[in-house]
Design a protein around this ligand. Structure first.
Ligand code: FAD
Length: 338
């Protein structure tokens, strides 16, 4: 594992190892946001350690869609390519889980991993993503990312023209049904635990040819490892090859909690996200965020871009600190001033 090696970066003041100088940046989470940030920072000749638990959100999906030039690449392959690229510029990528971080009295952070190892960093970038909290319907978790999906941009094309059902669980059920209608004209909105649509919404659904079914869903009907229908409490089975669900998106803010930063609720009950300024800086000085932990709607491209953008802002912040320190050291001491 590269985490053990000593990396000497020519032209910077940092030699990085596990007990010596702090890393310029420790990136917590090595999904596309974290790796994209590491790439920019390593190319800026910053010493970077990425610690990644290896559970990207899209892992259940066979392919990553909508990423120009990488469309159809598997999530695992995409990250493997990313890790190779950042290592090529001297960044370290270590598989592991960060459990907490603490601000140090003299500035910077100590970052503790689950194996007990602790590293020091001048800046912290948390790119830990989010957790999809799925509706509690038997079978949904097992088929998640295959024929149980949530995002039309990641999966819509692949399931176009198939019989779809939308599982209503929140305020966005009608919106989701109207959206997915773009990809199929055989669509049923299962109200399940969602509110009954307003008259206006009913008109919209009807005008778009979307059936509305009242009652609770109790399970999925699967034949030869393919979804074929949805089981209703009434015992009726609604034919469907695809089930669209609306997970609750919960920002993975555990490490941030140890720094007194907590995710906040988003509108419409869609989930939580960590607030930051437009550069990605949180309320805690020196602690930055990028990707799904801060923006729960970000797909792969947006999360990659956020990592890249925030890395440039962190580098600018470090440059300002390096310059201030150099000026202080450069000034002659009062004793020698005539
Ligand atoms: C089933 C599914 C399919 C999808 N398909 C597509 C698609 O085709 N196209 C598209 O544009 N978008 C797709 N998405 C969205 C895509 O997954 C996200 O946009 C993307 O993963 C966000 O990247 P991220 O780096 O912010 O988070 P992630 O990719 O989730 O990466 C976060 C990383 O941080 C790690 N981590 C978490 N906590 C810690 C910790 N304490 N210490 C160390 N590491 C930690 C995790 O293990 C993970 O590796 C899909 C989502 C799902 C759920």
């Amino acid at each position: 594992m590269v985490g053990m090696e000593v990396v000497t970066l020519t032209g910077t003041q940092n030699r990085t190892d596990r007990t010596g100088q702090p890393y310029d940046v420790v990136v917590v989470g090595g999904g596309v946001a974290g790796l994209s940030a590491a790439l920019v920072l390593a190319r800026a000749r910053r010493s970077v350690l990425v610690v990644d638990a290896g559970e990207p959100r899209n892992a259940p999906a066979a392919h990553t869609q909508g990423f120009l030039t990488r469309d159809g690449t598997s999530p695992g392959e995409l990250l493997e390519l990313g890790r190779a690229e950042v290592r090529g510029y001297g960044a370290e990528v270590r598989m592991g889980r960060v459990v907490s971080a603490a601000a140090e009295p003299g500035g910077g952070f100590s970052v503790r991993q689950a194996d007990g190892d602790t590293v020091r960093a001048r800046r912290l970038l948390v790119a830990t993503g989010l957790v999809d909290e799925l509706p509690d319907v038997p079978g949904v978790r097992e088929r998640w990312g295959r024929d149980v999906i949530h995002c039309p941009y990641g999966h819509g094309w692949e399931v176009r023209d198939q019989a779809m059902a939308v599982l209503g669980t929140g305020q966005l059920a009608v919106h989701q049904a109207l959206m997915f209608r773009q990809w199929s004209d055989t669509l049923t909105l299962l109200l399940h635990t969602a509110q009954v649509p307003t008259d206006e919404e009913m008109d919209q659904l009807s005008a778009r040819g979307i059936n509305v079914v009242h009652g609770e869903v109790t399970g999925l009907v699967v034949t030869d490892d393919r979804l074929t229908g949805v089981q209703m409490a009434s015992r009726e089975v609604i034919a469907a090859q695809v089930l669209v669900v609306g997970p609750r998106f919960a920002a993975s803010d555990g490490v941030l909690n140890s720094l007194d930063v907590a995710a906040v609720e988003r509108q419409m009950g869609v989930g939580t996200h960590v607030q930051a300024d437009s550069a990605g800086l949180t309320a805690a000085p020196g602690v930055w965020v990028a990707g799904n932990v801060a923006d729960l709607a970000a797909g792969i491209v947006a999360a990659t871009a956020a990592g890249s953008w925030t890395a440039a802002q962190i580098n600018a912040d470090l440059t300002a600190e390096d310059t201030a320190r150099a000026v202080a050291e450069h000034r002659p001491s009062p004793a020698v001033v005539r």
